[in-house]
Design a protein around this ligand. Structure first.
Ligand code: GCB
Length: 599
């Protein structure tokens, strides 16, 4: 058999996928655990180093006669839930890193004159995808969507998908081979079959222009043969209607003046129903309109100064534990942040389930979204940089219409060494070029000398907001009550966010405040940190580490951790620790202070 894998999924993907005509392919999918890559290399062969020679399990073979030898069988193999990481579904897979093959049958009747796309909202990390034994392509990167056009590969009736997923950590990957979270593998988000007309509205952006409350700007992009069309953009509730024409590449840019709009805000997260109609297609969305601006050392939302009462969050439901699988899982996490009186969440350290940005839009929460350029990336490897740029591009592509998203973060705690500077500057340029209406940041590192904590990272010049992580009272700086001796020096006249601080505590373990992993120790770190950070110049927000305990194989202390990073303010059983209330108090007071200053 001869088969060709394209090296990549199609570039770009359909905007606002849940508003399209979709068949959800979630459910129980068969799987085969394949640690030796037998499905790829055959039973004796060497592993193909050339994609064109790959065959193997994609064929989903059935025995034709009783004498035929076939040493795998999807139909008789166990099943697991898609979406869902494999680690949380089969005890044997808790620590598994390697290849798993998935197979799923579905019945479908394609309609004439329609186009079809097979969409994966995220597969961690590398995916080889085939449909009806026709190879579609490969995607690398565990947290962003990808899709393939399958109009010519679909059968009328029975169809089957085979996908090979591999989550082996590698130095050149993004993230690299060392990170402080669980390496959940598999088809972690929805799989959808999307039906579109021959020429359809693939993408659009509809937002307020940069720092301009009176202009809605954006573009519409068609895909198909009939690219020159008239497009209507209609926002009935704002009495706004405009008609634009796409050019020969199917794109139309627009700027529309607006007089009266209710702006999206924390108090009133107003979203407008937006309808986009071409001659051949239509799509609608609920979009909030707001501006976000770093002005001097201030962060302005709709022109008004705000303080970001934030918290960090991993994309993990501690009750599974595993990756969130549905809206309910995501809503639980965001509601906990609301209970803490947050107005801001740092979605660390990789793109989260896209449902979270939609929920944040409706709940009046601001978001920091990030790509997994984390710790020791392979800085001098060009393909690693391209991969990272691809990930920030896809994240911006996915969430560019969400009012809640105000910060694109290009990475976390990258050591301040020369090799990394070029890489990170390229990342900042990519993000700025794709979206000039939001703020670019990164979680930076500081150095300390003579009790002065200094932020002088050269990358700061490329960022709109400078942010840094610090763990005084936990990893460094002495006991919690000793940290007030430190002062800060920030070499940038820009707004500052403390993107991490924190301490570990095992829920319900009580002792004195000098005892590591007690709730009292963590509480003391938070109390003293709230004083310490009041000395940070131009501090415009904090996102302490972290809302909920999360799984990490790097946390091995058997008394307190057992594979859990315990820095959550909420335990893995959903119990609020003492420090939760310290931070909530701080936020209640900050809210009052900002409300009275702004009136
Ligand atoms: C950090 C990292 C975060 C870790 C955290 C910790 O600085 O950014 O991913 O989990 O510290 O708990 O040490």
């Amino acid at each position: 058999m001869h088969c060709i894998f394209h090296t990549n999924a199609q570039s770009g993907f359909i905007q606002n996928i849940y508003a399209r005509n979709i068949l959800n392919l979630d459910g129980r999918w068969h799987y085969i655990i394949d640690p030796f890559e037998t499905g790829f290399r055959g039973f004796q062969g060497a592993k193909a180093d050339d994609d064109s020679k790959l065959s193997g399990f994609f064929e989903n073979k059935q025995q034709q006669s009783k004498s035929e030898l076939i040493e795998y069988n999807f139909e008789k193999s166990p099943t697991m839930n898609v979406p869902g990481d494999w680690n949380s579904q089969d005890k044997e897979l808790l620590y598994y890193e390697g290849t798993i093959w998935y197979e799923h049958d579905f019945n479908f009747h394609p309609q004439p004159n329609k186009r079809y796309f097979l969409r994966f909202n995220a597969v961690n990390y590398e995916a080889y995808v085939s449909l009806n034994d026709k190879k579609l392509g490969v995607h690398a990167g565990g947290f962003t969507p990808f899709e393939f056009e399958v109009t010519n590969q679909l059968n009328d009736g029975n169809n089957f998908i085979v996908i090979k997923v591999n989550n082996t950590r590698k130095k050149e990957n993004v993230p690299t081979d060392n990170f402080d979270w669980w390496n959940y593998g598999g088809v972690i988000r929805d799989v959808l079959l999307v039906e579109e007309p021959q020429t359809f509205i693939k993408d659009y952006k509809i937002q307020l222009a940069k720092n301009d409350l009176k202009t809605i700007t954006g573009f519409v992009q068609l895909d198909g043969a009939n690219l020159s069309q008239q497009i209507k953009i209609n926002i009935p509730e704002a009495a706004l209607q405009t008609t634009v024409h796409t050019d020969t590449s199917g794109k139309a840019n627009f700027n529309v003046p607006v007089n009266t709009l209710k702006y999206w805000s924390l108090e009133n997260p107003k979203r407008y129903h937006v309808l986009i109609t071409s001659n051949t297609d239509s799509v609608n969305d609920d979009i909030g309109f707001r501006t976000i601006e770093a002005k001097g050392t201030d962060i302005l939302l709709n022109g008004k100064s705000i303080f970001l009462r934030g918290i960090c969050l991993h994309d993990e439901n501690p009750f599974i534990p595993g990756r969130p699988r549905n809206t309910g899982d995501c809503k639980m996490l965001l509601s906990w942040a609301k209970e803490l009186n947050c107005n801001f969440i740092r979605l660390a350290h990789y793109p989260h389930n896209e449902e979270e940005s939609r929920l944040a839009d409706s709940m009046g929460l601001l978001l920091w979204e990030e790509v997994p350029v984390y710790w020791t990336i392979d800085w001098t490897n060009d393909s690693t940089l391209r991969n990272a740029q691809h990930q920030i591009t896809d994240l911006i592509q996915r969430d560019k219409n969400r009012a809640s998203v105000i910060v694109w973060s290009i990475g976390n705690e990258a050591p301040n060494i020369p090799e990394r500077e070029k890489f990170m500057e390229a990342m900042a340029d990519t993000a700025h070029a794709l979206d000039n209406s939001r703020l670019i940041s990164a979680a930076l590192l500081t150095f300390t000398k003579n009790n002065t904590i200094t932020l002088d990272d050269a990358l700061g010049k490329k960022l709109d907001v400078v942010s840094f992580n610090e763990y005084y009272g936990w990893y460094t700086g002495g006991m919690p009550w000793e940290i007030n001796k430190f002062n800060f020096k920030v070499d940038y006249d820009k707004p500052v966010i403390i993107s991490e601080m924190g301490a570990g505590a095992l829920g319900d373990f009580h002792a004195d405040s000098a005892t590591r992993f007690s709730e009292e120790y963590q509480e003391s770190v938070y109390k003293n940190q709230m004083q310490l950070i009041s000395k940070v110049p131009n501090l415009k927000g904090i996102t302490p580490w972290i809302l909920v305990d999360f799984r990490s194989p790097k946390r091995m202390n058997p008394d307190y951790q057992n594979d859990w990073n315990r820095k959550g303010l909420i335990s893995e059983t959903g119990q609020k620790k003492k420090a939760f209330y310290v931070l909530k108090d701080f936020y209640d007071n900050k809210e009052k202070e900002y409300n009275s200053n702004n009136h």
